[in-house]
Design a protein around this ligand. Structure first.
Ligand SMILES: *Cc1c(COP(=O)(O)O)cnc(C)c1O
Length: 718
């Protein structure tokens, strides 16, 4: 087994050795001024490492580091950053500690199958991951006593390459743990911690890695260790495997293994927050522990219920994990008796009336075993209440106890640094600590003080940066390994930063209807090719490796991008991930969103776009019914039903583009500023920025979910 990756830095001089700790704490990633302390060491190496300080530090020659350690200017910056870092980590006073006090030490365990934190740690598939990643960052900023559990996917990273037929090739890349911001959790100085998942047969062993997210530790479980049977080594290979038994094993590892690991590390969480149903077996383990303390099952179940917060994200019945009873028997037959119940009562815990029977439904189990349950937007709350009515037959027609907390995005992560600098300039004089209060909607009213031309100039700069990045990428491919010239064009080589630019980037699941805008190709061509008012569209996104329907949609878009009569104004950018998402949500003009309602429980990329003044053109699904105020973007499809929903929605998009979006953008004054457009940008930033921030979200979880659950827990024991 490999040594701890942190041991590879003996060449870093003592004077600046704090850089190692800094590189291993993702706190650097949401503090633009802190990034510079790495970048200044060697800007080219910073770019070559793809903004990954662990990789960069390990590869920098000793001379570079030594010379930095003797450069007074560098050291001044270094010392300032390090003192901020230490202060951040030692901070005793926080929003949480100032507002809530408990008689005893309290802690919250947060469990999620994926985390989107930074691209050097590719353990995410999409929105659910970025939601949990943003949640952790915000919990750190607000000082919540939270620890998190997830997976160390060794093949988390699916690199996307599109072949010349437009077909997505899945290139899996095994995560290089030495180059990722992770350290192995050790049993003692030279033995890594390895644990057997308790009571589960056949046995599964796990190793543990730690990620530091500011003040929040995230523990990643790893089954790719030599102690495991080869079959079990693959459990943590990749996200969301389609193999049912393997998936069950994943969820056993996450829930039961995760709880056990916390125990081993001496962390006894007061309450648990399950992000989606995947980790719900953690509740079984909590019940088992309570029963082991001499409490009967009913009481143990009640205690666990009172101390659990559960967030559901899936608005369609088929999307929930359900395991057949024969598989449950295979792994849990030892477990029933430990809970003090028989097989039937055990299996009934995961009963959902809408399942045909014979299935253990993870969401149903989690809903029935939690005290605070929520969907992730107002609309999704309604959908979830309708969907799970059958679980509460005792309240027919009554209010189903599922609430909602609308998702939000971590503002320091998703607000572009240049944007932030500009806001600083105008907000700070009257509100110096505005960033610490960025969920306060009043502060954002000051955005009206920014001259329109200045905001537009920053936006244009970000758009040029996006277009350059895409073109440079293609240029390097063309000039380097070489590629089909058509690929250079469909990859965005002809993009123009002065053209009205729509962005569409997300996972290529069928329900997201990524190709909807091509429904009437001739009409789209007219919109795109208007010679005075052209429009270009940038697409990006990966399909799940086994989702051929998704791959066909990518192929279709790719083929349109090739067509000469789209004039190179349709681009498909390969390998969408955290970094490309940053460029896109900062740099396009319009963010297009057209899933089939009510399939998008919330959606968060549109929030990231709005925060940066990128106008949302979206169907009224997910968060948009809450976000849209008629002045901050465009909405359609609110009332559409009927047989040809695609047609109706596509027509509305074309109408909006032709009548409103295009004219508004191209109505520019002699100084090339589209004043009415900028007004809408300001409205989007100030109306959506604070309200759809992770800060607002985490405060809501705290007040409505965590604190009541913590009170339930502490009242019993003390
Ligand atoms: C924000 C984000 C998502 C989630 O976007 P949705 O709008 O929810 O589809 C997915 N992938 C990346 C890389 C993101 O940054």
């Amino acid at each position: 087994m490999a040594d701890n990756p942190k041991n590879q830095f003996s060449h870093v001089p003592q004077r600046i050795s704090g850089l190692i700790d800094l590189a291993y704490n993702l706190w650097w990633s949401w503090n633009p001024a802190v990034k510079l302390v790495f970048k200044q060491l060697n800007p080219q190496a910073w770019i070559d490492s793809i903004h990954n300080p662990v990789k960069m530090l390990s590869e920098l020659p000793e001379e570079t580091l030594v010379s930095a350690s003797k450069n007074p200017q560098y050291l001044l910056h270094y010392d300032i950053v390090m003192s901020r870092f230490r202060h951040e980590l030692q901070q005793k006073k926080s929003w949480f500690s100032e507002n809530f006090t408990f008689d005893q030490h309290v802690s919250i365990a947060y469990l999620s199958a994926e985390y989107g934190l930074q691209h050097s740690l590719p353990i995410y598939a999409g929105g659910l991951g970025f939601l949990s990643g943003d949640h952790l960052k915000e919990c750190s900023d607000l000082g919540l006593p939270l620890v998190a559990i997830g997976f160390m996917y060794s093949q988390g990273y699916l690199h996307q390459d599109i072949d010349s037929n437009g077909w997505q090739e899945n290139k899996t890349e095994v995560l290089d743990r030495e180059a990722a911001p992770v350290t192995r959790v050790m049993y003692d100085h030279d033995t890594p911690l390895v644990a057997r998942v308790p009571f589960i047969d056949p046995p599964i062993y796990i190793g543990v890695w730690k990620v530091e997210v500011g003040n929040i530790p995230l523990f990643l479980l790893d089954t790719d260790i030599k102690e495991n049977d080869p079959k079990n080594r693959d459990i943590s290979n990749r996200l969301y495997t389609g193999d049912l038994e393997q998936r069950l094993k994943q969820e056993i590892v996450l829930g039961i293994g995760g709880s056990y690991i916390l125990d081993l590390l001496g962390i006894r969480p007061t309450i648990v927050h399950l992000n989606e149903g995947h980790p719900a077996f953690a509740l079984l383990e909590r019940i088992r522990e309570t029963v082991a303390d001499g409490v009967n099952f009913e009481e143990a179940n009640k205690r666990v219920r009172e101390t659990t917060v559960f967030t559901t994200h899936t608005p369609v019945p088929a999307g929930h994990d359900r395991f057949p009873h024969y598989l449950m028997d295979k792994y849990f037959s030892n477990y029933y008796s430990l809970l003090g119940i028989d097989r039937n009562s055990f299996l009934r815990l995961g009963f959902a009336p809408e399942d045909a029977g014979g299935l253990f439904n993870m969401t149903a189990f989690a809903l029935k075993t939690s005290t605070f349950r929520n969907g992730v937007s107002k609309k999704h709350g309604e959908v979830a209440r309708g969907m799970w009515r059958g679980l509460w037959p005792e309240i027919p027609g009554g209010e189903i106890p599922i609430s909602h907390i609308t998702n939000g995005v971590h503002v320091p992560t998703w607000l572009d640094p240049k944007m932030e600098l500009m806001l600083n300039q105008y907000f700070s004089p009257s509100c110096p600590s505005w960033m610490d209060n960025h969920d306060n909607t009043l502060i954002w009213e000051m955005i009206d003080e920014i001259p329109d031309a200045e905001l537009w100039a920053v936006h244009m700069q970000l758009k040029r940066k996006l277009v350059n990045r895409i073109r440079e990428h293609k240029r390097r491919k063309w000039g380097g390994e070489g590629t089909d010239p058509m690929n250079v064009i469909s990859g965005g080589a002809l993009l123009d930063p002065y053209t009205l630019t729509l962005g569409f980037a997300r996972r290529f699941s069928t329900y997201k209807r990524s190709d909807l805008i091509f429904l009437d190709v001739e009409r789209l061509k007219r919109i795109v090719n208007n010679s005075w008012r052209p429009v270009q569209i940038i697409f990006a996104g990966k399909a799940h490796p086994s989702d051929d329907d998704g791959k066909r949609i990518i192929q279709k878009i790719y083929q349109y991008a090739h067509q000469q009569d789209f004039s190179g104004r349709i681009a498909f950018v390969e390998d969408y991930g955290e970094q490309m998402a940053q460029y896109l949500v900062h740099g396009v003009d319009v963010w297009l969103n057209n899933p089939v309602p009510p399939m998008e429980a919330c959606g968060t990329s549109g929030m990231k776009a709005s925060l940066n003044g990128v106008l949302h053109l979206s169907i009224l699904d997910g968060w948009w019914p809450e976000g849209y105020n008629e002045k901050n973007g465009w909405a359609f499809g609110g009332a559409t039903t009927g047989t040809d929903r695609d047609r109706a929605d596509a027509d509305e998009i074309y109408d909006l583009l032709e009548r409103e979006v295009v004219p508004l953008y191209y109505t520019q004054s002699e100084d090339s500023v589209p004043y009415k457009w900028v007004k809408m940008m300001k409205e989007a930033i100030k109306s959506n920025g604070p309200r759809f921030s992770a800060r607002r979200m985490v405060k809501e979880y705290t007040r409505r979910g965590y604190v009541p659950a913590l009170k339930n827990a502490t009242k019993k024991t003390g």
